[in-house]
Write a protein that binds this ligand. Sequence first.
Ligand code: PAF
Length: 260
Amino acid sequence: MKVFKSIREWQAERTSLSGTIGFVPTMGALHRGHATLLESSRSENDISVLSIYVNPTQFNNPEDLTNYPCTLDADLALARELSVDAVILPRYADMYADGYHYRVDETDFSRTLCGINRPGHFTGVLTVVMKLLNLVRPQRAYFGEKDHQQLTVVKGMVDAFFMPVEIVPVVTVRDADGLALSSRNARLTTEARRLAPLFPSLLAEPDDDASIARKLADEGFTVDYVETRNGRRYGAVVMDCGSHTVRLIDNLPMHEAKGV
Ligand code: PAF
């Protein structure tokens, strides 16, 4: 497995590669959800490329950026175990040599749901994903359905700009109690972790969005939103963990709601 910290060195390597390339962009703190993305890439392509880059432009909350977990040694060990061929670890100065003056903006779906309380988040995501796709030039790129709004706007960008890459959705990986795997789960206190599975469980109730939001609030969650759009229910909640808070997101297609 080759590790590239320099974009220039990666670009030189890229020109020498032939065969199909599968790409998994991440911000590190890898878990079984990321492993599933990497396994899909491995099984569908000749070469698998992983990027680990905590992208500052998608964090609207500086505290969230500072506290984002970093487990690089474990991440590289997992990547090796999963037979990843190349890992890119770009530096801010290289990724944003333009000073973030050039951005990719989506002005419709990205302004809803997570986009309401996280202004600028999806512009940061789309901009970095565009940069990474241009650097890696994969045939396929893998995105988890847990971040379904992200998956949708990335797919929309690729279509809008005629980018020659297939965006492959991968189903959400969950713990046995139903909580969707997320790098942020590591920051839940024992008490918050005990309560957290109620979030996906209530989200899957056949009630209307407002009733579900009320039930979540009654259980102690701070509700950002519960909203059904295009046959899918999306939710985001904030959990109080004493010294800090942890934001959880999840979604499910309505045909998977309980009793449907
Ligand atoms: O989903 C993530 O981890 C990030 O938003 C992504 C796609 C790697 C862009 O920074």
